[in-house]
Ligand binder design. Structure first.
Ligand code: NAD
Ligand code: GLY
Length: 369
């Protein structure tokens, strides 16, 4: 069954269409946004090999011509070099500002292609066709686009909302189990930050979602998108409540940088470990109960995700390096350390001005040196 959720952002409003079989009708879904029947598709090689034929056929069915920009898979692709390559290819194709760009892939492609669209001739329209669980529940919705630099994640980017999001849950059948688990971390995040009932449901249905049971998957994706849409509508540019979506990210991003954005730690895994750490830090500060922190850790571990630094294949983390990274986080203002912490499961809050000494002490209890 298809569900359509609306992101009501005035003139930037759009629909998120969720369900099985949507890719096959992608041509019809994008027709309202085309000034002429031509699109550029930005994708990665793995996604294109698995699902490119279906997208190509969907475009041909509506007489839409396509140019394909294929990039290597992986976080390394969210770089200045790839941004230059995509921008140059779009220019070489002589795409107009009115032509549509399709971001067809996971969060890496969505963030990169979205950013390329944001700056192409000062702003071109784009549509997100997310192909990972993480991208369907989080990165394709809300208009955050960015690339990484060796100095940190997502530090160069723009807010640029898509014209439509087409989340075909059938595409997740080809996704490796590790990537499904990584996406599940962002799903748990929604329960942790604002919906205890959803967290309770996820605890019981973890294996159903991971094994891609259609009903469980549909509910997990739809509830996540619903929560994200509601928060984005209230606070599009992250002046306040949207920061809650970064639960687990201050720890997670610092760990990702230290691990070198590679295979050691996928983004979703970093978020999972970051959420477990955020709840333990909240308990350490006396904000939430140790019982809640234990329950969060058990739920995350139950999904086969890391909850402790020792779970990572890494020789060891230096406390000063982690604290320095956390000071670079986009939420930090005037060098003040900022975290999303929690009073309880389902009740997250922004905490500014965290004392570096307290953080250092906590990181040492976590096993950093
Ligand atoms: P990803 O895009 O690297 O995809 C993971 C892997 O799965 C890749 O190897 C890809 O080729 C493969 N893949 C994708 N779809 C597939 C499919 N259907 N079948 C088989 N293989 C498939 O990673 P991701 O986890 O989707 O996204 C992570 C990125 O998202 C990070 O860079 C993170 O910063 C970003 N992100 C952005 C936001 C946002 O709001 N913009 C939110 C969360 C995360
Ligand atoms: N993923 C965090 C946000 O979209 O705000």
């Amino acid at each position: 069954m298809t569900r359509t959720l609306h992101v009501s952002l005035g003139e930037r409003a759009y629909d998120v269409v969720i369900g099985p079989g949507i890719l096959a009708r992608a041509g019809a879904e994008i027709l309202p946004f085309l000034k002429r029947r031509r699109v550029a598709i930005v994708t990665d090689e793995t996604v294109w090999a698995a699902h490119g034929d279906t997208l190509q056929a969907a475009m041909s069915a509506e007489g839409i011509s396509t140019d394909i920009i294929r990039l290597p898979p992986g976080e390394e692709t969210k770089s200045f070099a790839s941004l230059e390559e995509v921008s140059d290819r779009l220019l070489a194709l002589e795409l107009d500002r009115g032509d549509l760009i399709l971001a067809f892939g996971g969060g890496v492609i969505g963030d990169l292609a979205g950013f390329a669209a944001a700056i192409y001739k000062r702003g071109a329209d784009f549509v997100q066709i997310p192909t990972t669980l993480l991208a369907q529940v989080d990165s394709s919705v809300g208009g955050k686009t960015a690339i990484d630099t060796p100095r940190g994640k997502n530090l160069i980017g723009a807010f640029h909302q898509p014209k439509r999001v087409l989340a075909d849950t059938d595409l997740l059948s080809s996704l490796p189990d590790r990537e499904v688990r990584a996406g599940f971390a962002e799903v748990i995040k929604y329960g942790l930050l604002g919906d205890r009932d959803f967290f309770d449901w996820l605890e019981v249905h973890t294996q159903a979602v991971l094994s891609r049971d259609p009903e469980a998957l549909a509910r997990a994706v739809a509830r996540s998108v619903e929560m994200k849409a509601e928060i984005v509508v209230e606070d599009e540019k992250e002046a306040g409540r949207r920061a809650l979506l970064n639960l687990g990210h201050t720890f997670g991003h610092a760990l990702e940088v230290e691990c070198g954005f590679g295979e050691t730690l996928r983004h979703g895994e970093a978020v999972a470990l970051g959420c477990a750490m955020a709840f333990r830090f909240s308990a350490h500060l006396g904000l939430c109960s140790g019982q809640d922190a234990h329950r969060v850790e058990a739920a995350i571990a139950g999904a086969g995700l890391p909850t402790r630094l020792a779970d990572l294949d890494h020789p060891g983390f230096s406390t000063p390096a982690l604290v320095r990274q956390m000071g670079q986080d986009k939420k930090a203002e005037g060098g003040r350390l900022t975290f999303i912490l929690a009073r309880a499961i389902g009740d997250a809050m922004v905490v500014r001005d965290v004392n570096p000494e307290t953080l250092t002490q906590f990181l040492k209890t976590e096993g950093a040196t």
